[in-house]
Design a protein around this ligand. Structure first.
Ligand code: HEC
Ligand code: HEC
Ligand code: HEC
Ligand code: HEC
Length: 232
C-alpha cells in the first residue's frame, strides 16, 4: 500500500466529481483523469460497463467513511477468494510468488470476477450496472483467479530476485539497488512490485490498440519492462 503521505498529497480537483473529504484539506492532484477512462463506472463513464444511476465517479473504489482499508479509503468490497494460483519465483528456487496484497488486492476485487462491480461497503445492495454486473470470462477486463500465467506480483524487489529469472534466456535483471533507486519504477512503500508498477488505475494516457495496454504508466511497454530488466 501507498503511504498516508501520498494519500494526503493528492485529492484531485475533479470537476464534476464528488470529493471524498473537505477539499480544503487536500491539494489538487492527478486522479481527475480517471473520469475519461473505463474506470469511470458512473453514469457518465465512456465504457460499456457503467452504472444506470450512480453519478459519483470515485465511489466505486473509494468511500469517505467506514473504509475497508484506510489507505486509500477503499470502498469496493474485497474478494473472498481463499488463494490465487500464482507463478513461481524462479530466482528464489521456484518458491511460489506471494499471494496478491497491497494495491493488487484492490484491483483484483473487480478483476478476478468474483465480486459485483457495484458492491460497495455499507450499501445494502450493489449498484446496478449496464454491460455487466461483474467481470466474466470473455470481457476485456476479466483476469480470473489463475494468475499463474502472469508476471509475478506482491514480491519484494530484493537482491535475491535480481539473478536472471530464466537462466539461459535473454531477460536479465538489474540489481535491486538500481531498480529501487530509479524514480520511474513504481514500487509500493514496502518495495513490492504490484499491478500499479505497470498500470495506473487513474489515468489511461498511453493506450494504443495492440501496442500499449490500458492504464499503462509510460508511453511504451518496453520502457517499463526495461526499467527493471536488461536485455543481453
Ligand atoms: C477503479 C478504481 C478506482 C477509481 C474509480 C478511483 N481510484 Fe483512486 N485509487 C485506486 C487504487 C487501486 C488506488 C491505490 C493504488 C494507487 O495508489 O494507485 C487508489 C489510490 C488513490 C489515492 C491515493 C494517492 C495515490 O495516488 O497514491 C487517491 C488520492 C485517490 N485514489 C483518489 C481518487 C479520486 C479522487 C477518484 C475519483 C476522481 C479516484 N481515486 C477514483 C483506484 C481507483
Ligand atoms: C471497481 C472495480 C474496478 C477496480 C477496483 C479496478 N478496475 Fe480495472 N476495470 C474495471 C472495469 C469495469 C473495466 C472495464 C472492463 C471491461 O469492459 O471488460 C476495467 C478495465 C481495466 C483495464 C483495461 C482492460 C482492457 O484491456 O480493456 C485494465 C488494464 C485495468 N482495468 C486495470 C486495473 C488495475 C491495475 C486496477 C488496480 C490498480 C484496477 N483495474 C482496479 C473495474 C475495476
Ligand atoms: C509487468 C507489468 C504488468 C503487471 C505487474 C500487471 N500487468 Fe496487466 N497487463 C500488462 C500488459 C503488458 C498487458 C497487455 C496484454 C498482455 O500482454 O497480456 C496487460 C493487460 C491487462 C488487462 C487486460 C486483459 C488482458 O489480460 O490482456 C488487465 C485487466 C490487466 N492487465 C490488469 C492487471 C491487474 C489487475 C494486475 C495485478 C493483478 C496487472 N494487470 C499487473 C502488464 C502488467
Ligand atoms: C519492478 C521491476 C520489474 C518490471 C517493471 C518488470 N519486471 Fe519482469 N521480473 C522482475 C523480477 C524481479 C523478476 C524475477 C522474479 C523471480 O522469479 O524472482 C521478473 C521476471 C520476469 C520474467 C520471468 C517470469 C518467470 O516466469 O520466471 C519475465 C518473462 C518478465 N519478468 C518479463 C517482464 C516484462 C515483459 C515486463 C514489462 C511488461 C516486465 N517483466 C516488467 C521485475 C520486473
Amino acid at each position: 500500500m501507498r503511504t498516508p503521505r501520498t494519500l494526503r498529497r493528492g485529492w484531485p480537483a475533479a470537476a464534476g466529481t464528488v470529493l471524498l473529504v473537505g477539499a480544503s484539506a487536500w491539494g489538487a492532484g492527478p486522479p481527475a483523469s480517471v473520469v475519461t477512462t473505463v474506470h469511470n463506472l458512473s453514469v457518465s463513464g465512456p465504457g460499456e460497463v457503467r452504472s444506470l444511476t450512480e453519478t459519483e465517479v470515485c465511489k466505486f473504489c473509494h468511500i469517505p467513511h467506514n473504509a475497508l482499508e484506510p489507505e486509500p479509503l477503499w470502498g469496493h468490497a474485497l474478494s473472498k477468494v481463499p488463494s490465487y494460483a500464482v507463478p513461481p519465483l524462479r530466482s528464489r528456487g521456484g518458491a511460489a510468488a506471494p499471494q496478491p496484497d497491497g494495491a493488487s488486492r484492490l484491483c483484483l476485487s473487480c478483476h478476478d470476477g468474483t465480486v459485483a462491480l457495484g458492491e460497495i461497503a455499507g450499501q445494502a445492495r450493489p449498484i446496478e450496472m449496464a454491460g455487466a454486473q461483474r467481470l466474466t470470462p470473455g470481457r476485456p477486463g476479466f483476469l480470473g483467479t489463475d494468475l499463474s500465467g502472469s508476471h509475478p506480483i506482491s514480491f519484494v524487489i530484493s537482491d535475491a530476485g535480481t539473478q536472471d529469472p530464466v537462466p539461459g534466456e535473454d531477460i536479465g535483471l538489474k540489481s535491486a539497488g538500481v531498480i529501487r533507486s530509479d524514480p520511474k519504477v513504481r514500487l509500493d512503500a514496502e518495495n513490492k512490485m504490484q499491478c500499479t508498477t505497470c498500470h495506473d488505475a487513474h489515468a489511461d494516457r498511453y493506450f494504443q490498440e495492440d501496442r500499449v495496454p490500458r492504464f499503462w504508466v509510460a508511453p511504451t511497454v518496453s520502457e517499463v519492462c526495461l526499467s527493471c530488466h536488461a536485455l543481453r
